[in-house]
Write a protein that binds this ligand. Structure first.
Ligand code: HEC
Ligand code: HEC
Length: 195
């Protein structure tokens, strides 16, 4: 695993860091972020605390990652119809404003379902194959986004999307390449259980 993951770690860090350096929130940005975020709340919840099984929590997530994600929906690197239409409505400044606004909110662990037995077996998968980028308890690093407390069903769908190419991201896909579907399920339930 380490032979594959090390170059990818550096790639991922460079990608998040480049955007991160530009993301200083000004009061005007915070106001714009609040204004726009109201249009997201119907799906992603108040302050990005999503209550849905297939909708990610945004509040407290890494700002650079949120901005990268919105740009990826826009460019088609993430193939997801609804978020593409939504992201297309915003320019770069608005995307950065939304990303910093959500990142500034506390993470709220919402009450989505997970399987306790799978969560238990998933810890070793997560420690071995995911922690180097996503952090020891899945709390996120500069390299990989927070996974802890995201809904299990969403994590499974997202991981599969890197594997099948509907999310086009070389480092994330390489990290998941040798991981079985059963191990992805288990790791996802483990991360969902951390709240
Ligand atoms: C109609 C429901 C809906 C609305 C409204 C909506 N989203 Fe989403 N959003 C989703 C779903 C579903 C996903 C998961 C898509 C996927 O699987 O890639 C998502 C994914 C995302 C992601 C990726 C997060 C991650 O962890 O990778 C970001 C960022 C995001 N949305 C931001 C926004 C913002 C900002 C707004 C408001 C401007 C918004 N969304 C409005 C449904 C919605
Ligand atoms: C080499 C670093 C690396 C490793 C190891 C890694 N990932 Fe990731 N992962 C990433 C990066 C970078 C992203 C963000 C990609 C993007 O911008 O779309 C990501 C994104 C994700 C997402 C999407 C989160 C969201 O909010 O949409 C999931 C789910 C995920 N990884 C699961 C896993 C699991 C499960 C493992 C272990 C089996 C793992 N990853 C191992 C780098 C890694």
């Amino acid at each position: 695993m380490s032979g594959v993951s090390k170059p990818s770690v550096r790639l991922g860090a460079a990608a998040l860091g480049a955007v991160g350096a530009l993301m200083l929130a000004t009061p005007a940005m915070a106001e714009e972020g609040f204004r726009i975020s109201q249009t997201c709340a119907g799906c992603h919840g108040t302050n990005g605390a999503s209550p849905g099984e297939t909708i990610p929590v945004l509040g407290g997530q890494n700002a650079a990652y949120l901005a990268d994600s919105l740009r990826a929906y826009k460019s088609g690197d993430r193939d997801y119809y609804v978020m593409r239409i939504i992201a297309n409505g915003f320019d770069d400044k608005q995307i950065d404003a939304m990303a910093t606004w959500f990142a500034d909110k506390p993470w709220v662990a919402t009450d989505t379902a997970f399987d306790a037995a799978m969560a238990e077996s998933g810890k070793s998968v997560a420690d071995d194959a995911c922690a180097s980028c996503h952090g020891d308890g899945g709390e996120g690093t500069d390299t990989g986004p927070r996974l802890a407390g995201q809904p299990a069903a969403y994590l499974v769908l997202a991981a599969q999307a890197y594997k099948n190419g509907s999310r086009n991201h070389a480092a994330a896909a390489a990290a998941l390449e040798g991981v079985s579907d059963a191990d992805i399920q288990a790791a996802s339930h483990y991360y969902a259980s951390l709240r």
